[in-house]
Design a protein around this ligand. Structure first.
Ligand SMILES: Nc1ncnc2c1ncn2[C@@H]1O[C@H](COP(=O)(O)OP(=O)(O)OP(=O)(O)O)[C@@H](O)[C@H]1O
Length: 254
């Protein structure tokens, strides 16, 4: 569980996050959504401790990152898996080396043990037999699955995903969303996904935080988001022609 308590973040004169409070729940896919420039990435960077909010606290379980000493911050970093936008695999390393990277960084495990764990997580994302291939030799969807394997190889308690579907076709995007959700449930991880993608909202939006101009203006799940009459949310949801058409059909059927 991650609790955000009234965080404010400014750059110069401009206040970007204007007092956000929320809870990201354990064992759930928590989504941060909102229009471009609403503050999603700044919030993600605050959660990761990359930006320091001027006010407010971020608690991992019951401990505020602002009050952690260096050793505690290091332990927390080990508990975090990160799925970067675009995958961010190392082109010069093969798949096995890519997935092993966090183990090399954070553990002193024997090579054979690390390899076993790498094979275990590659099997979990349905990618067996690609160990010796290089990122350029596999598809974008497979690269995303490798990135997920790398993000979970160290058994994280927290998983952060920045636009996990960018650059994927809708079908592959759904596979990736479902994989993130299955892993979240299976391992009881607190997962936070930053996304623009309404399909992801529909598929895996178990706890959705909607930001507008640096404020949290709505929170709920993927059923509630299609029922709310909050205008900021409906403007966002129905900016897509497809969702507008679905709503028109539903209204006609009522
Ligand atoms: N390092 C920075 N220095 C100054 N301003 C910043 C910095 N990072 C972000 N901002 C500003 O904060 C605001 C919110 O940016 P942010 O990247 O969080 O938006 P976003 O919701 O993630 O948008 P997008 O969906 O386009 O990625 C923007 O006005 C941006 O210019």
């Amino acid at each position: 569980m991650i609790k955000v308590d009234n965080i404010k973040k400014r750059f110069g004169e401009e206040e970007i996050l204007k007092g956000i409070s929320t809870v990201f729940e354990k064992g759930k896919t928590n989504l941060i959504i909102g229009q471009s420039g609403s503050g999603k990435t700044v919030m993600l960077k605050c959660l990761l401790g990359l930006f320091q909010p001027e006010e407010g606290y971020i608690f991992y379980e019951d401990q505020a990152i602002q009050n952690m000493d260096e050793e505690q911050q290091r332990s927390l970093r080990e508990e975090i898996g990160m799925l970067f936008q675009g995958g961010a695999l190392f082109d010069s390393m093969n798949i096995e080396e890519n997935v092993m990277f966090p183990l090399r960084m954070f553990t002193n495990n024997k090579k054979a043990d690390m390899l076993n764990r790498v094979n275990e997580v590659l099997a979990r994302v349905n990618l067996e037999g690609v160990n010796k291939k290089y990122p350029a030799e596999i598809s974008g969807g497979m690269q995303k699955r490798v990135s997920i394997a790398r993000a979970i190889v160290n058994n994280p308690k927290y998983l952060f995903c920045d636009e996990p579907n960018s650059g994927l076709d809708p079908k592959t995007a759904t596979v990736i969303d479902n994989l993130i959700q299955e892993i979240t449930h299976e391992y009881g991880i607190t997962t936070v996904v930053v996304t623009h993608d309404m399909n992801s909202v529909m598929e895996i939006g178990e706890n959705i935080v909607f930001l507008k101009d640096g404020k949290l203006v709505w929170q709920g799940d993927n059923e509630a988001i299609f029922k709310t009459d909050n205008k900021s949310v409906t403007d966002f949801v129905y900016s897509s022609d497809l969702f507008k058409k679905i709503r028109d059909i539903q209204l006609k059927e009522q």
